[in-house]
Ligand binder design. Structure first.
Ligand SMILES: Nc1ncnc2c1ncn2[C@@H]1O[C@H](COP(=O)(O)OP(=O)(O)O)[C@@H](O)[C@H]1O
Ligand SMILES: [Mg+2]
Length: 256
């Protein structure tokens, strides 16, 4: 059983205009994610959802100015990015990066070796990767292609979930993994997330601004995220309200 605990988190991002003050984005986020739980964070564009995911993962441009993040009581903010991954945090990015010249098979094996602390036994590993690729409807030929290079949006998102399936993190943050997916890809990706939650008892932080994915991945908790913080938390019924009425009631609340 693992717990990711975020307390009163404030985060600034460096201003692109270097002479100007940093921009304050996260404004006191409180959130606790336990193993086996699925939390959906839903908010309009620009509300700071990706900033939250970057702050947890340790992106150098995002500075935590106050508050805390711990994983099973360990101070995440003192860890480097790779230490966070080894500790069991995983981020599926909203915009996965292309890495020309590095094959997917090489990348996955290197990542698994780094996270597990030893190279996975080759015969086992080949089977594991093949199985996970089949589960996600990824053709085996992809293993020899450069990471994300020339992948369609849907292929990139499947690849993120392939990493999730192979790395077995304690807590997975999925930043708009549903964006740009057609219905078939959405179903396959959702099944991958559900497998992770059920088989690994993983904790899931599902960031999205559409309720569509919640038909496939059932959240235990829904948090409405506006203006850099959670303005309301509830159960799945909160997503139904967002589906019906949008964010207006909440944006008004954030400005009050
Ligand atoms: N690296 C950055 N430089 C400048 N502004 C940024 C940067 N990252 C995020 N922001 C700003 O912070 C706000 C929140 O962004 P983001 O976290 O991406 O929101 P969301 O993921 O909810 O759409 C936006 O106004 C965005 O323009
Ligand atoms: Mg975002």
């Amino acid at each position: 059983m693992s717990t990711l605990e975020i307390r009163d988190l404030h985060v600034d991002v460096a201003n692109p205009d270097e002479s100007a003050e940093p921009i304050h984005i996260l404004d006191g986020v409180d959130l606790t994610v336990n193993s086996g739980e699925t939390h959906a964070i839903m908010g309009p564009n620009g509300s700071g959802k990706s900033t939250l995911s970057y702050a947890i993962a340790g992106h150098p441009k995002y500075e935590v100015t106050s508050g805390s993040i711990t994983l099973d009581g360990e101070n995440v903010l003192e860890m480097s990015v790779d230490e966070r991954a080894r500790a069991g945090l995983f981020l599926a990015m909203q915009y996965p990066v292309e890495v020309p010249g590095v094959s997917m098979s090489n990348f996955l094996r290197t990542a698994a070796t780094a996270v597990r602390g030893e190279a996975p036994k080759l015969r086992h590993w080949v089977k594991e990767v093949k199985g996970a690729m089949t589960d996600l409807g990824i053709e085996q030929a992809f293993a020899e292609r450069s990471v994300n290079e020339g992948f369609s949006g849907g292929e990139k998102k499947r690849h993120e979930i392939l990493q999730l399936a192979l790395l077995h993190p304690k807590i997975a943050i999925l930043d708009e993994t549903d964006s740009g997916l057609d219905v078939d890809a959405l179903r396959v990706v959702s099944e991958g997330v559900n497998r992770y939650r059920d088989q690994d008892n993983g904790g899931v932080l599902l960031i999205t601004h559409y309720t569509r994915i919640l038909r496939y991945i059932k959240p235990d908790f829904v948090h409405v995220f506006v203006g850099g913080r959670i303005v309301e938390s509830g159960g799945p019924e909160l997503a139904d309200e967002l589906e019906a009425s949008g964010y207006e009631r909440f944006t008004a609340k954030a400005q009050a």
